[in-house]
Design a protein around this ligand. Sequence first.
Ligand code: C6P
Length: 439
Amino acid sequence: MTPSLTKESLIKESVTKESTAAYSLEAADGSKVEPLDIDRIRRDFPILHQQVNGKPLVYLDNAATSQKPAVVIESMNRYYREYNSNVHRGAHSLSDKATAAFEAARLHIAQYLNASGREEIIWVRGTTEAINLVAQSYGRSQLQTGDEIILSQLEHHSNIVPWQLLAEQVGAVIKVIPINEKAELDMAAYRQLLTDRTKIVAVNHVSNATGTINPIIEISRLAHATGAVVVVDGAQALPHLIVDVKALDCDFYACSGHKAFGPTGIGALYGKRELLEKMPPYQGGGEMIERVSFSGTTFNQLPFKFEAGTPAIAEAIGFAEAVRYLEQFDRKALQAHEDRLLARAMELADAVPGLSVIGQAQQKASVFSFLVDGLHPSDMGTLLDQQGIAVRTGHHCTQPLMDYLGIPGTSRASFAFYNTLEEVEKFFAALQKIIRLFA
Ligand code: C6P
């Protein structure tokens, strides 16, 4: 999402006055989108209306985890109050009801991601487990000594370590796509890295540390031309972008419910059916089997083959409810609003002495990573918290990226559609105060 407003237009308007009211927006492609009533949207999120350290909470840590609308919380409460039961096992009505809701949730996520069917959606605990599943099941069964796995410099540890474990197990080689000074992937270098030994290309859709949106369609096209499969870490894309796995033409897509306004403990792995069919189970246990005997076991069909044990039932229902919540909005309008928040932050950053923005990609989601001369990021986080402003600090589980940039970490403000321009301004006012007092 390229910020769609010009600096001049931002300077002209009186942001604070209109920041929480409905206003008209332009999408990144220039089309007009429905006005958003951010005040109304904020009323859907009970947690936002509180004081922290004596100040109204300004929650800018959405990339770590997003807040949940009341409908999500209520959908999970309803399950526990009214039809808590195990799924696919009971001979009774409550279990039938739970099973129907659980499978309807799966179908909803499948439709949302534009998968071909619900059997292409595997419930997992989150993005991390999804990537481990692909590495251990697909990777271990398909890769051989000398095969190559391509990652990028922008990856989260969740999209590095599972591949390192696999590489050690099978004797594969890991190669890394470098980035340019804006923290964009060097696509020319990527083309050079691809060989006929490349078996897996695993990259994130949106970087959690810099906000860079990666060109997945192009990455997939090039990988497929050499016969490699593409694994996309979609943890940070789901809350910001419309994800269409067919349009992306990726082979696997991993995401977490909690990043996209759903609960923790649930995520989805999308996999192309023909690949999932040929993959061995990831874990053994109940539900993933067809028939067990001591002389051998046969396995259940997709998607259950990969789902050993009692799943996170309430969480799956809550995840689908979060998606349903998002679907009521014009998604382009949400994106345009987030672009506007980011554009305002970038503009205000220009006026802060000693502040550098880490990651200035042309295509960028609403992640604002920064450093201020003379102030350690963790001190910055504490000082902002004292003013009610929640950000994340540190290496953001991207140590190889931080090493490459030669920094220990950053402070990161990450915006969601329920944030307001007024909050962005409060954040910068707090920053200026901190710099005056401590830098
Ligand atoms: N990033 C952040 O503050 P899990 O924990 O499995 O839901 O998601 C892991 C993960 C994978 N990939 C990316 C790009 C991510 O951003 C994350 C989670 C959080 O940036 C916690 S480290």
